[in-house]
Design a protein. Structure first.
Length: 161
């Protein structure tokens, strides 16, 4: 398989795939992790801080910084659990819902464009392949994590001229 060719194609087209003109025109002024956080909260409706930290695979202090920025931008709301005041719950503000709605609409439009170029059978094949790729990546990441947790270290020799 021509991995170099595939890699070149991805890099040449990544902007079209992940930053279509409509998303760029939103001028979100959000970092990737802030955007991912907003989309996660949108999907869940309401989450607790530890749930967001776990999803992002970051420390609680890092998650707190992300939430602070999103809160200052007026996109995320903080609340306290009535049952346990130590628990901080997160939800989208109306402005946060508006942004995630616009992003979702843009993504839906692009998916419909892509789907219209494929037959029903090709769409099923693409979905199956995408799930297989995601599973392989998740398995490799889990194995890497298990290796890191077990103290296994991998050294790579780098030749120095």
């Amino acid at each position: 398989m021509d991995y170099a060719g595939i890699s070149d194609w991805i890099f040449e087209n990544i902007q079209k795939l992940f930053f279509p003109e409509e998303l760029v025109s939103l001028d979100l002024k959000l970092s990737k992790i802030e955007l991912i956080s907003l989309l996660f909260v949108d999907r869940k409706g309401e989450v607790i801080m530890s749930g967001l930290a776990d999803y992002l695979n970051v420390s609680m202090s890092t998650a707190t910084g992300i939430v602070d920025r999103l809160n200052r931008k007026g996109l995320l709301l903080r609340g306290r659990s009535e049952a346990d005041r130590r628990i901080v719950s997160l939800s989208l503000s109306p402005a946060g819902r508006e942004i995630t709605g616009r992003i979702g609409g843009t993504v839906d439009r692009y998916l419909k464009i892509a789907a219209s170029a494929l037959t029903d059978d090709e769409q099923r094949q693409l979905t199956g392949l995408a799930m297989k790729i995601i599973s392989a990546i998740q398995t490799a990441a889990a194995e890497s994590q298990r290796g890191a947790e077990s103290g296994e270290t991998r050294l790579t020799r780098i030749p120095i001229d």
